[in-house]
Design a protein around this ligand. Structure first.
Ligand SMILES: Cc1cc2nc3c(=O)[nH]c(=O)nc-3n(C[C@H](O)[C@H](O)[C@H](O)COP(=O)(O)O)c2cc1C
Length: 223
């Protein structure tokens, strides 16, 4: 390693028993996370959303370029505009664009072009990936590992929201250029995920298919 300006790492270690307990407690909490498509018509506390976004902003990123932007949408008129645009794309997807194979993969989830939940959910957090940096003088800065970095930040955000007691849905209508247009984002940003966030409806259900998670031995190898 070369010497660069640095500060001490604020490391808080734990005795091994406490590590085990903490790892287990986090797993037990995350095990209960599920995407919801049934939201209560109830506003979300913006302070909670803000703190969860602070968490997302702490994600690692290629060369620390933090190539992301998050737009929190609570305005019912804008949410409705997004819903209508999303439903138009989704109708084309379900009737023309999606391959039979893709539709078969989605079938057990029961999803369709109806996105009423966008109106009901407390807010949308539209996540944008900055494919390159746009400087004040109009010049561009190359960004590295954009997809990986934004994916990790999105994961931090989903975990933080769940930890705070909010539900969400990773919504990815295809294509989703309409999100940058409606939200007036600059040309270096591509919509990455429309994260629908809110309280779940009291009768919210999880498709059985989503509860089928691989056993550890199926997705982990120790070498
Ligand atoms: C990258 C990504 C894109 C997704 N896109 C959609 C989507 O457009 N619409 C939808 O209803 N669910 C979408 N989902 C949610 C998945 O269907 C869901 O995560 C999966 O069925 C597992 O369920 P769980 O989140 O409850 O564990 C998406 C999830 C991911 C990670």
């Amino acid at each position: 390693m070369k010497t660069v300006p640095a500060v001490p790492l604020e490391y808080h270690g734990f005795p091994e028993d406490e590590m085990k307990a903490r790892a287990l407690a986090f797993y037990e909490m995350m095990k209960k996370r599920h995407s919801t498509r049934d939201f209560a018509d109830k506003p979300v506390p913006l302070e909670v959303i803000t703190t969860c976004l602070e968490t997302a902003g702490r994600a690692p990123s290629g060369a620390n370029q933090q190539p992301w932007h998050f737009v929190v949408v609570t305005d019912p008129a804008i949410k409705h505009q997004i819903r209508l645009a999303a439903e138009a794309e989704e109708r084309a997807f379900y009737t023309e664009r999606a391959s039979e194979e893709w539709l078969d993969a989605l079938a057990p989830l029961g999803t369709d072009a109806d996105k009423t939940f966008i109106d009901r959910a407390g807010c949308l957090i539209v996540i944008f990936a900055q494919t390159y940096g746009l400087n004040e003088d109009g010049s561009r800065t190359k960004h590295y590992y954009v997809q990986e970095s934004v994916g990790i930040a999105a994961g931090f955000l989903i975990a933080a929201l769940h930890n705070a007691g909010l539900a969400c849905l990773t919504h990815t209508p295809s294509p989703m250029n309409f999100l940058a247009e409606i939200l007036g984002r600059p040309k270096n940003e591509r919509a990455y995920i429309n994260l629908v966030v809110g309280y779940p409806a009291t009768d919210a259900q999880v498709p059985l298919h989503a509860t089928h998670k691989k056993a550890l031995a199926e997705f982990v190898s120790f070498v």
